[in-house]
Design a protein around this ligand. Structure first.
Ligand code: KPL
Length: 301
């Protein structure tokens, strides 16, 4: 298969690297200049829980590409720009494997290709240009963005599984996306603000905040017509924190690099949907306000 990974940072490089193992697929990484240059020069090294040494094509220019599948792994704030670039190319399917909500709609609004929804709970960190470490085994879930079956999702799911990624094809993606939102809402801001690994969320001081945040997210999901119980949201959050205990969450990596975070598309999204429905979400509201003030203090918003 010809596969483009648009936004090959940590997760995108991990997924792209595994798909390129044994030259099983023709993979192109669209990445930042330093990473693309290093991959072109010495290949991509995947280290840690999963390993690979591969030679994908690497470029900084995401325009006029063609492939069977484009996997989008950019930050939510960059989805519109990614959609615009991808619209100049040609793809049979586009899969969003991003945090936060609303990415699939943004992509579908700009692209002719069918857009699949996906979630990934693998821990990944880009150690240096050309090197990505898998810091926690997780799962990829793919499916039709509105729910139901999809032969394209089946095909992508089989491809991912054959590459060594734990993959499920789901017919309830709207619920899966809300469950992943509860996971990220519980883990990401706490780990970013306290500068701790994901596993620290399970410790005494943090766990109550993380649980309340996941429960609030589930309540808002139900108000939006998605059947996600408090128990499932909390269990999913705790399972990911356990499986990726040694991982630095993507929001913590953003804060450490002094980059703008995805708070608006995670806890901020929960707050916005809650406000529309007159629901109280104090934990999500507080975490959103704290991360936004961190961003404001650094001129990032
Ligand atoms: O999605 C993640 C993230 O860091 O954004 C998890 C699954 C929490 C892994 O760290």
């Amino acid at each position: 298969m010809e596969i483009v990974v648009f936004g090959a940072g940590s997760l995108g490089s991990l997924v792209g690297g595994l798909l390129a193992r044994e030259r099983a697929h023709d993979v192109t990484l669209v990445a930042r200049r330093d990473h693309a240059d290093a991959v072109r020069e010495s290949g991509l090294r995947v280290e840690g829980e999963l390993e690979a040494r591969v030679d994908p094509t690497a470029t900084t220019d995401g325009r006029e590409l063609a492939a069977d599948v484009a996997i989008v792994t950019v930050k939510t704030a960059d989805t519109a720009a990614a959609a615009e670039a991808l619209a100049t190319g040609s793809f049979d399917a586009v899969l969003s494997l991003q945090n936060g909500m609303g990415n699939e709609e943004t992509l579908a609004g700009a692209l002719d290709a069918p857009v699949l929804a996906g979630t990934a709970s693998y821990g990944a960190i880009r150690r240096e240009p050309g090197v990505v470490e898998c810091t926690g085994l997780g799962e990829v879930v793919v499916g039709a963005r509105g729910g139901g079956s999809s032969h394209l999702a089946d095909r992508v799911g089989r491809t991912f599984a054959a590459a060594g990624l734990e993959t499920a094809v789901a017919d309830d993606m709207p619920r899966r996306l809300w469950e992943k939102l509860a996971v990220n809402a519980g883990i990401n801001p706490i780990t970013a603000l306290a500068d701790v690994d994901n596993g620290a969320v399970l410790e005494r001081a943090a766990i109550e905040v993380a649980r309340v945040t996941a429960r609030e997210t589930a309540r808002v999901a139900r108000a939006c017509g998605v059947d996600l119980s408090d128990r499932d949201a909390v269990a999913a959050m705790e399972a990911v924190a356990t499986d990726t205990a040694a991982n630095a969450s993507s929001m913590r990596q953003d804060v450490r690099a002094e980059r703008r975070t995805e708070i608006d598309a995670i806890n901020g999204y929960v707050v916005d949907r809650a406000d529309e429905r007159g629901l109280e979400v104090p934990a999500n509201r507080t975490l959103t306000a704290l991360v936004r003030s961190w961003e404001r203090a650094r001129g990032l918003r």
